[in-house]
Design a protein around this ligand. Structure first.
Ligand code: GAL
Length: 434
């Protein structure tokens, strides 16, 4: 509770500070309202702002490489990196909401394909369709159809997918597994056997850093996927299966059991801090989106399939928890043509093959070059072609932001109280907002 209150105060402060900052940017850019398409040159200003939460280790390098490459090719346009630090998106989303409501949108912003894009921004009539951009660049068959669907509403396309992250891998320390004779577990039973063995040997079985709730929500969504299977997982978030279904109760119990095997200081760590436990060998495994792979390789200098291995979260093999970072064109930007030039670049093979090997994700385009990716990336590119795709709740694709906020709160309370009935009740209560 104390933690939650602290977080709310922090988010409110961040929103206030940036709201003040954005007034200043109004003065310099003169972007005071819904100017829309203005004139033949698209209101050229020579500046494009990219808004994201990619500031920390493992997050920022890919973005900076993208910006540098774009500026090299477009000497007439400067890219302003407007990333907002802290909370792996929590703070950035609060700031974004303030700016969008105040008619001071960034030129383009990071948004997950699916409900986060659709329910938060498209439904509020804040985004411009990009069908012309997709047609002009002949992108319709360059991005998988399922992905185009995730960034579309009522036949219009609203953003350009830059990457595809996977939310259901488990990364593990290979030396620790070897030392304790552990094989990658495929089922929950195998997972708990391995966890018991590791715990007895004094190793933390599963690293968790839920300073922000989403890494715990991510574990829960993967347990749900494992217990329900992909079809019923989809039905749950379409409201066709209720949260008091006995299998959701079973998933909550399994999730609770997993929490018995996490590091004690989980609530004071962020995702990078918890991934470090796996790199040092204090913990054996972590369920984290594959931005952790980028962090392991680029920041912690670990080698894929030598220092760390990976497997699908128990009972989710053959499914792909999809998280896609996309960028669209908000209504009201004063230089839409320049922003489109930047979006065209984000959608290019070249940009995707610069960004994704660093970020740990795979390219959203089907015609990118697999040779640019390590063994993990190449496996994931292959899996993506055949796996059953499911949208992530924790990363905004499966349900609205309103539901996700409440689900994160419910998870946060469950992590400390472990009351399955209360947890299920809280999810049930939030369900109408999905
Ligand atoms: C996700 C985002 C990823 C990564 C991660 C951790 O929501 O899609 O790109 O940034 O958060 O910050």
């Amino acid at each position: 509770m104390k933690k939650l209150f602290g977080l709310l105060v922090f988010v409110a402060l961040a929103a206030f500070v940036v709201a003040c900052g954005s007034n200043n940017s109004d003065e310099t850019s003169g972007n005071g309202g819904n100017s829309g398409d203005s004139g033949d040159n698209g209101g050229a200003t020579g500046e494009v702002e990219i808004f994201s939460w990619w500031t920390g280790a493992g997050e920022e390098e890919g973005l900076l490489a993208l910006i540098e490459q774009f500026e090299e090719e477009h000497s007439d346009i400067t890219v302003e990196n407007a990333a907002v630090a802290g909370g792996a998106g929590t703070n950035a989303k609060a700031v974004l909401a303030t700016r969008m409501q105040g008619d001071d949108p960034p030129s383009t912003f990071q948004v997950h394909g699916g409900e986060e894009l659709n329910k938060s921004w498209v439904a509020a009539d804040k985004m411009q369709p990009l069908n012309d951009l997709f047609e002009k660049n002949e992108w319709m068959d360059k991005f998988p159809e399922d992905l185009i669907d995730l960034v579309s509403a009522d036949g219009d396309i609203y953003s350009v997918p830059l990457n595809i992250h996977r939310g259901n891998p488990v990364f593990y320390n290979m030396e620790v597994f070897e030392e304790h004779g552990i094989e990658p577990p495929k089922t929950f039973d195998e997972f708990f056997d391995a966890a018991e063995k590791l715990q007895d040997a004094g190793v933390t079985p599963l690293a968790l850093g839920d300073k922000e709730s989403w890494p715990a929500t991510q574990i829960f969504e993967n347990v749900l996927l494992g217990v329900l299977g992909p079809d019923d997982y989809d039905k749950l978030f379409k409201g066709e299966i209720a949260f008091d279904d006995e299998r959701v109760v079973e998933a909550a119990e399994t999730f609770g059991k997993m929490l018995d095997y996490v590091n004690e200081d989980h609530s004071s760590r962020n995702w990078q801090d918890s991934a470090q436990l796996v790199s040092s060998g204090e913990a054996a495994m972590i369920n984290m989106g594959d931005w952790a792979k980028g962090y392991f390789v680029n920041d912690l200098k670990m080698e894929t399939n030598k220092d760390f291995g990976y497997f699908a979260f128990p009972e989710t093999e053959g499914t792909f928890q999809i998280i896609t970072d996309t960028f669209g064109l908000p209504k009201g930007v004063e230089n839409p043509e320049e922003v489109k030039t930047f979006l065209t670049f984000l959608g290019s093979v070249e940009a995707q093959d610069t960004f994704n090997p660093i970020k740990g994700s795979i390219p959203a385009r089907v015609d990118a070059d697999p040779e640019k990716y390590d063994a993990y990336g190449q496996d994931t590119i292959e899996d993506f072609k055949t796996a059953r795709l499911v949208p992530s709740l924790a990363h905004g694709s499966a349900a609205s932001e309103g539901f996700l906020t409440k689900a994160n709160q419910a998870v946060n309370i469950f992590v400390t109280q472990r009351d399955v009935d209360n947890f299920i009740q809280a999810l049930q209560n939030a369900a109408p907002e999905m």
